[in-house]
Design a protein around this ligand. Sequence first.
Ligand code: NAD
Length: 357
Amino acid sequence: MKKYKIVLLSGDGIGPEISEVSKKVLKKLSKNHNLDIEIIEELFGGIAYEKYGTPAPDKTLDQCKKSDAVLLACVGDIKYDSLARELRPESGLLKLRSALNLFANIRPVKMRKSLLDASTLKKEIVEHVDLIVVRELIGGIYFGKPRGHITNTKIPKAFNTMVYDAAEIERITEIAIKIANQRNKKICSVDKSNVLEVSQLWRDTVLNITSKDKNISLSNMYVDNAAMQLIRDPGKFDVILTSNLFGDILSDLAAMLTGSIGMLPSASLNNDGPGVFEPVHGSAPDIAGKNIANPIAMLLSASMMLKIGLNEEEASENLETAIDKVLSKGFRTADLAYGSSEVLSCSEIGDKIMDEI
Ligand code: NAD
């Protein structure tokens, strides 16, 4: 029996509700596929701040480093918005990404046939959507220095720095090439090189690296045009390669193509240690504690964890098929409800998925 140690970070808001479903599902998958998956639960985000005064306690980070993979729900709440920046739950995310050197964020966006009606766009626009956003995660403007406030001026000023070196761009490009080679071999690199020097370096470096792989077809797009094309004709994208800030925005935009942010998983990876697998959505404080959240983005993240993080492809496919079956039978959580679909709670849809595993 293969043994794995995973760390589960339930975090804040709807986190504990969707984590409960994920735990049950992982236990059933372990049994059916003869796996020994030990689930270690640690505090992270606002809940960790409440207990330890920091959103990313050392104990949590140490356990994550020692694990085979980390499954994270979501963090954050409006009540922490007045804290110093480094104490806010979202800073915990940046700390975790840095601690594990997670430079690559992978976000697949695939239209599921059973959910065509849930998209706010026309069916014929979204039916062929099957793309992956590869976002650089620990560089660019979110981490660039100097940053800060200037207070000794008449009008208050603040500034950030968007900075990349060629090595950072090379390693994320190599990840995009690897993924593109498993798909249609098309990469669209998104930047703003008509205005930003850092984007010119991005464009030149991506071209330099991708030209070494003759199988890859590379195109470049400015980020404003990419936002427009993602709404106009999203089916034409395969792998979108982009920097931290642009990827953050474009991947949420892409999320909505499929109907709900409650459906989108992600993986944050490095070249050797454990990855972090987490839904794209936040802690949804508006619906927390009501048992109405959609647990599927977290389940699809667990599926990515099984496939990419633990190399357990069969268990991953079993879970994906179970999710598809439940959706095609018309069962939905409230965020996906449409027409004659039967609306279930978070735990109820979890149970339906368990029945299909
Ligand atoms: P959000 O993703 O939490 O919510 C946006 C909207 O989508 C809300 O209406 C919410 O109810 C809905 N939604 C989100 N997930 C859902 C799900 N699984 N099922 C059904 N509906 C769902 O974004 P927000 O409101 O901008 O942020 C709320 C908090 O989450 C903030 O504190 C923010 O900083 C934090 N946040 C955390 C992460 C993360 O943990 N990775 C990511 C984004 C935002």
